[in-house]
Design a protein around this ligand. Structure first.
Ligand SMILES: Nc1ncnc2c1ncn2[C@@H]1O[C@H](COP(=O)(O)OP(=O)(O)OP(=O)(O)O)[C@@H](O)[C@H]1O
Length: 838
């Protein structure tokens, strides 16, 4: 197959699988709606809690954020605020805003450091702000002129990134500039009755108005990307009614809204695995990589929808988190969290085979993750500081484990955003904030804590890691690392000459049969416990002719399904090869798949799709030209008698109808070889008969390889029969040859009157007929076999005795008896040496 053909084939498979996923999602609309609505539900729950559940109404406690006016009563002058140092450009910029906010004048009041300022310069002042050069001078001024000044503020330090018109002032007057916090002292005059009668505590108004000036300066100055932490030694104030601590816990609800789809994804992929749908699809020729890729695309699309819904509903509810954060940042955080979780689900499902386990693990992640989310939300950035900045082996280990969890990075981003937007009502988290270390800034200059952008990047890394690991596991399981060469081993010794002949005939280089299996072996290796490795097939060699049905018989675990799995490319053989119309299954499985079809042991059906949709899907997969599709589909539907229900969903089908549909799907595309793994299992006699006649109809010009536990089916349908036991072919021949060779000649069935007399009957029959063998017991029915060359007189005499016993109504031994030729049941029991009682 050329590269172009291969690419086209992969695209076709992707298209078909996406179509399947789309149809299944639309049809199972209940679960799809739950998945898509979950973000709405969780955001609405949070909205209700946020607005009505325990919200403290701060608006009634809002304090004024303007400076109170001083009252002129002493020295014929009063000053609203003294600030220092006045020569610092940083201080002056903020004070200008404060003056503007309060409609006040701002004056310089130069002093010589250490000297008491000249009071004459302030005569006639009635309110206003004046600057003084140092804290020292401020204190001296207040001491010298009590009750002239309402309050004084001394700036102690500014953050390092404080800039004025984009320039860092390198403010030596402030002293310490290598810190991230902005701090100031406030002195309040509440001591005198002369001016403030009665004394009033204006600490909140004064500190609030200063703080407002700082924030206003920051919010108008675009060059400053983050607000400083402000510390001051006055009473803390409550100013903004929109700050609500509950909003910090929104992360828990956003997490839950996204994790519902994580549980659904685990369930859906595990369901296809548990029901062997994936395996069946691969046997039918679908590409494994496209199977996974289709799931990745489907789940990422659902994730995107969920994230958009979440952002839309959060914005409609006017939650500060959504209003205060840039849309792209929101989308990136939600979407990267969702797809990294989905990628983790793909990785986890590599180890999960059952839907119940998948749901259990999904729920555990949901519950434990919610707890973790709650902790991260409530502890804010402190927890991230501890995790990232603690220097110990334990912390390093925790960092590695937490790194692998998408929810951890998601919480970190939420925490960063909350840190920013909770600081001030008009604060926004913008794209430029992604490079800031917001959490680190709060705790000093140690920037080991990743930036918000890095946390988002970690989620991208997780997507790559988890998808890569999932692909690696899939590649290993599919035998990708097994060398693609047909390894040969010596022919073992077989007890049965027919088996030896069949083996050597198949090994003959001149053999041109359509199917030739040569020295096929398969060992399922247990890497951790090599001694427990299973040798499922051991040197299977045979050829199959066109227009014939080969029956593969064997007890459970004999190796039949593994044989079909290898011939359809599901597993790589450990040794040997098979040629299907000249194409090697080891070297050219793609060409083999073009001409083969499978009825897998488990139906590859989606309950949400109709019979017609299944057939269209597989017709396209098998490359049936569009013009022929309708005709072929109508034909197979008629053959399996499903025409009337063609447009009904498979969920309404009985087990027999599903099996018939599987057979119809295998017949689409006119394959040259059809593998049927127990095609009639679970069917009623009428349905079985339909399948039998279909097989008889289609076998002309084809090769059919059929496994079954139904001996009658094998007897009726198969031209050649192979019996496998413990991985070996132990018999090979047609039904008559096998019965003659291994059958007991005749078999006698006796129905006992009670279980107590079974032993007596067995003694009676085996002692009456020489070389008679007790074959099996099924409830009260006992089967015996005896050779064809038994003396007819002995047989006649034996039948007469049986007749006499059953005619006697008082007999306690048997109810009835019958005689027949040996059947395949007897052959099978004899060659596989099963115990003679069940
Ligand atoms: N994926 C696997 N990994 C390990 N062992 C396996 C695997 N598949 C099959 N086996 C083992 O290989 C042996 C042959 O199994 P296989 O399914 O081919 O038997 P079978 O004849 O088809 O049985 P049944 O009639 O029950 O379907 C069994 O011992 C089985 O346990």
């Amino acid at each position: 197959m050329s590269v172009n053909e291969r690419i086209l084939r992969e695209f076709l498979h992707l298209k078909l699988l996406l179509k399947k996923n789309f149809l299944v999602s639309i049809r199972s609309y209940f679960s799809t709606i739950i998945e898509l609505l979950s973000p709405i539900v969780f955001v609405l729950i949070f909205f209700i809690i946020y607005n009505y559940g325990g919200r403290v109404d701060y608006s009634s406690k809002t304090y004024q954020d303007s400076l109170p006016n001083c009252i002129v009563s002493v020295e014929n002058r009063c000053i609203d605020l003294i600030f220092s140092p006045m020569d610092s450009p940083c201080t002056v910029e903020i004070m200008k805003v404060l003056a503007k906010n309060n409609n006040m004048e701002i004056y310089n009041y130069p002093t010589d450091t250490g000297l008491i300022p000249d009071m004459n310069k302030t005569i006639g002042f009635k309110g206003g702000i004046i600057g003084i050069d140092s804290v020292n001078s401020t204190q001296q001024f207040i001491l010298a002129h009590p009750n002239v000044t309402l309050a004084a503020v001394n700036f102690l330090n500014f953050p390092i990134n404080f800039t004025i018109n984009g320039v860092t002032p390198n403010d030596s007057l402030i002293g310490v500039v290598d810190r991230t916090a902005l701090s100031f002292n406030v002195f309040l005059n509440i001591s005198s009755n002369n001016q403030f009668n009665p004394p009033v505590d204006y600490s909140i108004e004064v500190t609030t108005s200063i703080q407002k000036a700082i924030y206003d300066y920051y919010s108008v100055n675009n060059n400053i990307k983050q607000l400083p932490t402000i510390t001051f030694d006055a009473n803390p104030f409550i100013q903004f009614s929109s700050i609500n601590l509950i909003s910090l816990f929104g992360g828990l609800f956003y997490y839950c809204g996204i994790m519902i789809s994580f549980i659904f994804l685990l369930y859906k992929v595990a369901f296809e695995k548990e029901n062997n749908l994936k395996q069946g699809m691969v046997m039918m020729g679908l590409s494994r990589s496209m199977y996974w890729f289709s799931w990745v695309l489907t789940s990422f699309t659902i994730d995107l929808l969920i994230c958009l819904i979440m952002i839309a509903i959060g914005s409609i509810c006017k939650l500060p988190f959504f209003l205060g954060t840039n849309f792209l940042v929101l989308l990136l955080n939600f979407f990267l969290f969702a797809i990294s979780s989905s990628s983790m689900a793909f990785f986890m499902v590599s180890f999960i085979g059952k839907t119940k386990t998948a749901i259990g693990i999904g729920m555990a992640f949901f519950i434990v993750g919610s707890g973790v989310q709650l902790t991260f939300n409530s502890m804010g950035s402190i927890i991230f500081q501890i995790i990232y900045q603690t220097d110990s082996n334990g912390a390093a280990f925790a960092r590695v484990i937490l790194f692998l969890l998408p929810m951890f990075h998601f919480s970190k981003v939420l925490s960063d955003i909350n840190d920013k937007i909770q600081s001030y009502p008009s604060s926004h988290f913008t794209l430029s904030d992604l490079s800031e270390n917001l959490s680190g800034a709060e705790y000093g200059m140690d920037f080991k804590i990743p930036t918000t952008g890095q946390s988002l990047g970690f989620m991208v890394v997780l997507v790559v890691i988890y998808l890569f690991l999932s692909a690696l596991i899939e590649y290993t399981i599919s035998g990708g690392f097994t060398p693609k060469t047909a390894k040969h081993i010596d022919v073992p010794h077989f007890n049965d000459p027919d088996v030896t002949n069949a083996t050597y005939k198949a090994l003959e280089p001149s053999n041109k049969s359509p199917v030739i299996i040569r020295g096929l072996s398969k060992t399922y290796t247990k890497f951790l416990r090599p001694s427990k490795s299973v040798h499922a097939i051991k040197y299977l060699s045979l050829d199959i002719q066109k227009g014939s049905v080969l029956g593969l018989l064997g007890s459970n675990g004999a190796g039949k399904t593994t044989t079909i799995g290898i011939l359809t490319g599901l597993h790589n053989p450990t040794t040997g090869d098979a040629l299907i119309y000249g194409h090697s299954i080891v070297k050219d499985i793609d060409s083999v798949r073009k001409i083969t079809s499978v009825v897998p042991q488990h139906d590859i059906l989606w309950l949400e799709l109709s019979a017609m949709e299944h057939l269209h899907l597989f017709a396209e997969l098998k490359g049936v030209p569009k013009s022929e599709r309708d005709f072929q589909i109508a034909k197979v539907l008629e053959q399996v008698k499903l025409t009337k229900v063609a447009n009904d969903r498979c969920s309404t089908f009985s087990g027999g109808m599903k099996r018939r549909l599987s057979v119809a799907m295998a017949c689409i595309g006119e394959p040259k070889i059809i593998f049927m793994d127990e095609p009639s299992t679970g069917l009623d006699p009428a349905s079985k008969r339909r399948i039998y006649s279909l097989i008889k109809d289609i076998k002309k010009e084809k090769v059919i390889i059929l496994t079954s536990h139904d001996m009658q089916e094998i007897d009726v349908l198969c031209d050649n029969i192979v019996i496998m036991d413990n991985g070996y072919m132990i018999c090979n021949g047609n039904s008559l040859q096998l019965k003659t060779k291994y059958g007991e000649g005749f078999s006698v069935q006796v129905i006992a009157k009670s279980l107590e007399v079974v032993g007596e009957i067995v003694n009676f029959v085996t002692s009456s007929l020489p070389n008679c063998r007790f074959l099996k017991q099924s409830a009260l029915q006992l089967s015996f076999g005896f050779p064809v060359n038994t003396d007819p007189k002995i047989i006649v005499n034996f039948f007469k005795r049986l007749e006499n016993i059953t005619k006697d109504e008082n007999n306690t031994l048997m109810r009835d008896w019958s005689i027949s030729h040996s059947n395949m049941d007897d052959v099978f029991l004899k060659v596989t040496q099963k115990p003679k009682s069940q």
